[in-house]
Each structure stands twice: as structure tokens, then as C-alpha cells.
Design a protein around this ligand. Structure first.
Ligand code: PA5
Length: 447
């Protein structure tokens, strides 16, 4: 029987051959997990995230909440500056939990919390985007949270220089020391030096945790707490998954971790090169972006790995759906769904008018989400019958605890698969190539 908090991997529309190949990889997956947890693997110097919630996260969450509650300034929105692993986890959580059309800097009251609008910068090099952000901030009082482990990444570096100048001009130095918080390497990098120099509050990103594995460190916890969400629940839920994986407790998460790695590996070994993640809620878009970074940056090296793509259901069925149905058969599709996708207070049904002038009489009284669930089911059937083997990651809901469990489970499953494929899942040497060209073209002086 499915437990209430269980993340279920449904393999009923995966092909018989991939299912049987996946089953035969169990021992390999267990071996890879053991190597990972024993830190006996390539990239082991970046495995500090394993069991992080229990070892540090719960204590850190308490420290962050105390700091936030003692801030000497009030704020009406939060700007998070960062790129890649330095912002995607936060963005995934914020998008899932914030009402989609919350558009002012004012907080929105729900039953037990005040949610602040969160804006993101430093993940592109767009002058228009930055200028629009400054326009938005003109009459607002933000907290500015700059996140960079290296402290030298160009995109967030430039955005922070602009926003830091703006903040100093608008609020002065003393107030800026309350409004700006840096999250960076404990000792090195330009951002650490700058934060120390300006007396800005700074939290550490541990040296042994890479960006895409860092959401349970201050990288995720500080901005998520500033946004008004319960980071204590967030880290505690992640701890349940680590406890299962490490054998401290028994529960459903270990099996999910291994099976998903086995299924992906079976696909890769059978010649598939793309995994399309299909999701039915617009607010899941950045959850899937987080997924794409985790798997894309971890797996994609030595000419190996499934390319992670995405499809928003039903929007993309009217564009990319054609390709899934009839394009090259190089893909698997992983549906990521929630058994209860609604926030507690929501329910909209197709209005009962008794008229069929819009030819929708047959839908009268049906919940919109129920129609959406049928759309997903119909899509899965069509695509799998069209030759794209389908998996489904079924989440209980889209609450903060479920997101945390999913993050933790995928953070473990991803390197298990990477180790089975013989790569180092914790580095990203390929990211340097574009930087090298850009620095040369911009005339960056050599150190
Ligand atoms: O996963 C990673 O390590 C990367 O995606 C980094 O998070 C990203 O490049 C940002 O780096 P930094 O935090 O050093 O600015």
C-alpha cells in the first residue's frame, strides 16, 4: 500500500524490455549507492551534502530563522541573485508555494504565514531584465540575497554590482548592511572578501558541496526562509530520505532512489539519449529546471548521459507533442505528477450552465484538475503507444515537505546512475569552455 508521503515510481507504461533490463541492474545500483554513501567514488570530495540535514541542516535552519526574525529592517520582497545551483532550488520551491499571480511587493497573508514576493536576478546577462527589476524595486524595500560559491561567476557578479550600488544609493551604507546578505565560500572568493569588507551578513556554502547539491545548505535555506516558508519542515523532510538511504530507518524512499537510477540506466544502455520530463502544473516549471540542471550537469560528460528535456502539459502538447508522438524514437518520457496538486483552499469546476453552445456540456461540474489528470493519462497512453517508454514519478502533493523529499531522493539517485555509467557526477568541467571564450573576447586580465 502506498504511504501518504511516498514518491511512487510507476513503470506500467515503460516497455517490457526496459523494465526487465532495469530489474537486472539492481545489484549494480546497490553497489553504486554503497560507494556513494561510503564516499568511495570519483568526486568524493564533493559529497558533503550526504546526510547534511541531520548533521547540519536542522541546526542551521534554526540559526537562519533567528537571524531573520531579528532583522532590523522590514522588507516587502526578496531579490535572489545567483545562477545554476545557486538559485534553481530556491526558485523551484518559491514557484511551487507562491500564488502564481502574487504581483506586488506586498506580503500575502495565508492562515499561518506571510509570503513575500521573490524576484530572481544574475541568471542571465540581460540588460532589459535588470532594468525592469530596478523599475519594479523603485517603490519597494527588498532584502537582497546574493549567492555564489566561487564568488566570481560573471552573471551574478555583474547583477550584484548593479543592485549593490542601487541599494547603497537608496538606503545608505548602514541600512544596506541589514538588507544585503551574501551566501558564499567560508573563506575564499571575491564575494567573501567583499562581504567582509562591507560588513554584510554572510552565510557559508560548505567547500565539499557543489551548487546543484546545495539546496539544503544556506543556499536554499536563507532565501526560502526570507520568502516566509517553513525551512524547518523542509530540512526535516529531507532528513527522512537520507535516513532511509543510509539505513537508519526503513521507508519507501530507498527503493525509489534505486529503481529510478536503474530505469534511467536501462534506457541509456538501450540507446536512448533523451529523457523528457513532462509536468502538468505551470508552477512545477522550475522544479523541472532544477531537475534538468542536476541530471544534465552531473551525467553529461565523456559523451555519455541522457539529455534532460521538458514538456509542460497541456501547453506543449500543442507544440512539442507532435515530436513526442511521431519524431525520432530516441526518448523516454518521465511524467512528474502530484496525486493532490491543489492548494488546500482551491477548487474550480466547469460551470453548470445547462447550455451546449460551447460544446462543453459534457464537462459540466468536472473539476479542472480532474480534467488535467485525464489529459496526463491520455498523453502518457498516446506517447507510450507511439514508442516513447514512459515512467511516472507520482508525488503525494506539492507541499514543501514533498519537494524536500523529492530533492533529496533525486540528489541521491542521480549520482547512483552516474557512478553506474562510470562518470564523476560531481564536477562540471564542460562549463568552463564558454567562459574561457567569453573572458578572452571581453579581455579579462589573466590572474
Ligand atoms: O552546480 C554547480 O556547481 C553550478 O551550476 C554552479 O551552481 C553555478 O555555476 C554557479 O556557481 P557559483 O555559485 O560559484 O556562482
Amino acid at each position: 500500500m502506498t504511504q501518504h508521503n511516498e514518491i511512487v515510481l510507476d513503470r506500467s507504461d515503460y516497455s517490457a524490455s526496459l523494465n526487465s533490463a532495469a530489474d537486472s541492474l539492481r545489484a549494480d545500483a546497490e553497489k553504486a549507492l554503497k560507494r556513494l554513501l561510503n564516499k568511495d567514488c570519483p568526486g568524493s570530495e564533493f559529497t558533503g551534502w550526504i546526510d547534511w540535514p541531520k548533521n547540519h541542516g536542522i541546526k542551521l535552519a534554526n540559526e537562519i530563522i533567528t537571524w531573520r526574525d531579528q532583522l532590523k529592517v522590514s522588507y516587502d520582497c526578496v531579490v535572489v541573485i545567483g545562477i545554476g545551483g545557486s538559485y534553481l532550488g530556491t526558485r523551484a520551491v518559491v514557484d511551487l508555494l507562491t500564488p502564481e499571480f502574487l504581483d506586488s511587493g506586498d506580503s500575502q497573508k495565508t492562515s499561518n504565514q506571510k509570503i513575500k514576493k521573490v524576484l530572481f536576478a544574475g541568471h542571465n546577462m540581460s540588460e532589459t531584465s535588470l532594468s525592469d527589476l530596478l523599475g519594479y524595486l523603485e517603490h519597494r524595500k527588498p532584502m537582497i540575497c546574493v549567492v555564489s560559491k566561487s564568488g566570481t561567476t560573471t552573471e551574478p557578479g555583474v547583477a550584484f554590482r548593479v543592485l549593490n550600488e542601487w541599494c547603497r544609493k537608496k538606503f545608505g551604507h548602514v541600512e544596506s548592511t541589514q538588507r544585503i546578505v551574501a551566501i558564499t565560500d567560508p573563506k575564499q572568493g571575491a564575494l567573501r572578501k567583499f562581504a567582509n569588507d562591507q560588513s554584510y551578513k554572510a552565510f557559508d556554502i560548505p567547500s565539499d558541496v557543489g551548487g546543484r547539491y546545495s539546496v539544503f545548505t544556506a543556499v536554499g535555506l536563507v532565501p526560502i526562509a526570507l520568502a516566509g516558508f517553513n525551512i524547518h519542515d523542509f530540512v526535516s523532510a529531507a532528513d527522512e530520505v537520507f535516513a532511509n538511504a543510509l539505513g537508519r530507518t526503513k521507508g519507501p524512499h530507498l527503493n525509489f532512489i534505486l529503481e529510478y537510477a536503474q530505469c534511467r540506466q536501462a534506457a541509456w544502455r538501450a540507446g536512448k539519449i533523451i529523457e523528457v520530463v513532462t509536468y502538468p502544473e505551470p508552477r512545477m516549471r522550475n522544479l523541472v529546471e532544477w531537475f534538468k540542471q542536476l541530471f544534465g550537469e552531473s551525467d553529461g560528460k565523456n559523451n555519455k548521459g541522457l539529455f534532460p528535456g521538458s514538456l509542460e502539459c497541456t501547453m506543449d502538447l500543442h507544440s512539442m507533442g507532435q515530436y513526442l508522438q511521431e519524431g525520432s524514437r530516441t526518448m523516454i518520457e518521465t511524467f512528474m505528477t502530484a496525486r493532490n496538486p491543489r492548494r488546500k483552499d482551491q477548487r474550480i469546476a466547469v460551470p453548470k450552465t445547462g447550455s451546449n453552445i460551447d460544446e462543453l456540456l459534457y464537462l459540466e461540474g468536472k473539476g479542472i484538475d480532474d480534467i488535467n489528470a485525464i489529459a496526463v493519462k491520455a498523453t502518457k497512453k498516446a506517447h507510450s503507444e507511439g514508442g516513447v517508454p514512459a515512467l511516472e514519478i507520482s508525488l503525494p502533493d506539492l507541499e514543501i515537505t514533498t519537494i524536500a523529499r523529492l530533492f533529496a531522493a533525486l540528489q541521491i539517485s542521480c549520482p547512483v546512475g552516474g557512478l553506474m555509467m562510470g562518470i564523476n557526477p560531481f564536477d562540471q568541467p564542460g562549463v568552463e569552455a564558454y567562459k574561457k571564450n567569453m573572458f578572452a573576447m571581453l579581455g579579462k586580465p589573466a590572474k
